[in-house]
Design a protein around this ligand. Sequence first.
Ligand code: GDP
Length: 298
Amino acid sequence: RRLVDGLTKTRDNIVSGMDSIFNGFTHIDEDFYEELEEVLIMGDLGVQATYDILDKLREKVKTQHIKEPVECRQILIDSIKEQMDVGEAAYEFEERTSVVMVIGVNGVGKTTTIGKLAGKLRSQNKKVVLAAADTFRAAAGEQLKEWANRAQAELIGGQEGSDPAAVVYDAVAAAKARHADVLLIDTAGRLHNKKNLMEELRKMNKIIDREFPDAYRETLVVLDATTGQNALAQAKEFNEVADITGVILTKMDGTAKGGIAVAIQAELGIPVKYIGVGETIDDLQKFNSDTFVNALFD
Ligand code: GDP
């Protein structure tokens, strides 16, 4: 039940509001739709998804001759699930080595998330190599080292200020030599300098392409759920500079803005693969849209 515990505030924010509308209205009119719209927008589901969800609801109310507001509940649940459908495959590591680039701006919980991910993979007996390719902040490498120790994963680092691409080169060599299952690469999150970031990612990707053409590749962007619509904006920006294959939403514990998972999948078509629900190594959960929506509306 930890998923639900972690989502209490999001659930209160979205579902409690909705239920009071379903129960408070005696019939379906414009006010009813307007209030639902407000709850969905305030719940951070995003403007586009909100309109799509409500359009679908209006259509079903019409075609199915629905009269009772409360009958709209299940339609809304199904409609949210439909909006979130990105044909997502659960994040499974393949037989061949996975090389996972992790990007995100400072403070979102990127290093912590890499540590949690390493811990999760280690507990599945996977061989994990971490690359500290965020060479801009001295603290970043140190912090990653602590997580590497905690997770019992090998860490490949570089001097502060050294070329991130050189760290990636070394890490790829280490991953190949050790027959690692997964190489997780921590990168510097400098979104304010898009051109530099793009160039850096391009360089790192080129090295992986060249040195490890057979690897299974992922690029995950880490976003802080507590920032709501700002997280969505970041996802859009990163999506412009990189081929994002998935999102990790951190700090879902204690935020009312968990609806942002809906907005991200609906607007970008990128799956949320994991959510962070706390600060310890075990506080990372695989994300599944249906489970998420069911947990909210349980
Ligand atoms: P980075 O700058 O993106 O690498 O961010 P850090 O990994 O240093 O994390 C920033 C802060 O967010 C730290 O205090 C973490 O403990 C905290 N944090 C990260 N993930 C979560 C989460 O899922 N839940 C909560 N509550 N805190 C988190």
